[in-house]
Write a protein that binds this ligand. Structure first.
Ligand SMILES: NC(=O)c1ccc[n+]([C@@H]2O[C@H](COP(=O)([O-])OP(=O)(O)OC[C@H]3O[C@@H](n4cnc5c(N)ncnc54)[C@H](OP(=O)(O)O)[C@@H]3O)[C@@H](O)[C@H]2O)c1
Length: 342
């Protein structure tokens, strides 16, 4: 298989802090022990990519680097190790390894354990968006069950992940309070069947959230916003709630008065899928991936707003940041594997 691998590839690069992304030709990397070489087919732009580019999500990176955290493609070569050999030739969903180049390139070297073989019925387009959101949605439902929570709250709820959580909550009969920041986002969720939607800019939002969270006993509160919003969630939460901070969309540190946790035995925890994965064995990760794949064409499907070639990365980032709720910008890297006009 290595005979078909070229010496150079097209790649997006972040060359200096705060600098514009460039698109050019760079050498194709070679896999080392425990690694594989994936010929990339497609990759979305996610909030975590914006964090990676700005240096805001605590990612380690040495510049210049190819960004892009998740995607899909075909494993073309492997370094020493049984898993890489097993994956060679297979279509996979894949994630970037720490300190190596990412998915916005013709090829990516990553850990073999960072690849999920795709079932035959999963197109590479949806496969490119299997890991970050669908697997997180499945894990959140595990956390809900293990914590004995019977209702929950989500924030930035019109996001791709928010819509997945909503569809799963409706299917599984678990009440979900969806918090959005605009009324048009509330409408999107209403059309999907949401019963409980709160708009955080409403004057009586805090009181409404407090009352509803207590009425439904929503003791798991998923916080994608952080900043001052974390305190609002803590204030509204019933006794013994867990506030799970899983993103920093406000760009600000989560702020809380510790005494607002003590009296009612509330807790703040963090969640990051990569850390969750490093704390679980391969079998558990594959089982979550399998569950996610089964629903990838339905409850865990991601809407794509626009498909663009790698060379249009700057346009893609602009478009995405102007309207994240509209759906993902999908970078189509191999148009023979993923249609750019679909
Ligand atoms: N910790 C983990 O392992 C993990 C895993 C998966 C996802 N996540 C997080 O989950 C969140 C959703 O991801 P996604 O890919 O589903 O997002 P997405 O589809 O790209 O949508 C992002 C949503 O966040 C909203 N938003 C942006 N900034 C906001 C702010 N300051 N306050 C309130 N809402 C804001 C956007 O609304 P507008 O259109 O109004 O901007 C949009 O609805 C992200 O924060 C992501 O980092 C974390």
């Amino acid at each position: 298989m290595s005979a078909t691998i070229p010496d150079r590839m097209q790649a997006v690069q972040l060359e200096k802090e705060g600098g514009l992304l460039t698109v050019g030709q760079i050498p194709v990397p070679r896999p080392g022990p425990g690694e594989v070489l994936v010929r990339m087919a497609a990759s979305p732009i996610n909030p975590s990519d914006l964090g990676f580019l700005s240096g805001g999500f605590g990612y380690q990176r040495e510049l210049p680097i190819v960004p892009g955290i998740e995607g899909s493609g075909r494993v073309m070569d492997a370094g020493p190790g049984w898993l890489g050999k097993f994956l060679t030739g297979k279509r996979v969903a894949c994630t970037k390894s720490t300190n190596s180049g990412g998915t916005w390139a013709g090829y990516m070297v990553t850990k073999a354990s960072g690849c999920i073989p795709l079932q035959k019925n999963i197109p590479l387009e949806q496969g490119a968006m299997l890991v970050v959101n669908p697997m997180t949605a499945v894990v959140f439902f595990d956390i809900l069950k293990q914590g004995g929570h019977t209702a929950f709250v989500n924030t930035a709820a019109a996001s791709a992940l928010g819509r997945m959580l909503l569809r799963l909550s409706l299917k599984r009969g678990v009440p979900l309070i969806n918090i959005v920041r605009r009324t048009d986002q509330a409408e999107i969720l209403r059309v999907l069947g949401a019963e409980y939607i709160l708009v955080s800019t409403d004057a009586d939002f805090d009181q409404k959230l407090h009352d509803l969270a207590h009425r439904l006993n929503a003791t798991l509160l998923l916080d994608a916003i952080a900043g001052e919003f974390t305190q609002q969630l803590v204030n509204a939460a019933p006794k013994k709630s867990v506030i799970l901070v899983y993103s920093i969309l406000s760009g600000k540190p989560a702020q809380i008065m510790p005494n607002t946790l003590w009296h009612d035995d509330k807790r703040i925890e963090g969640f990051y899928l990569a850390t969750w994965a490093s704390n679980h064995n391969l079998l558990k990760i594959l089982s979550v991936a399998q569950t996610a794949q089964k629903m990838l064409g339905s409850d865990l499907q991601t809407d794509v707003h626009k498909r663009l070639p790698l060379s249009s990365i700057r346009e893609g980032l602009d478009l995405y940041q102007k309207n994240m709720t509209a759906g993902k910008i999908l970078l189509v890297i191999d148009s023979q594997e993923v249609s750019i006009s679909a």
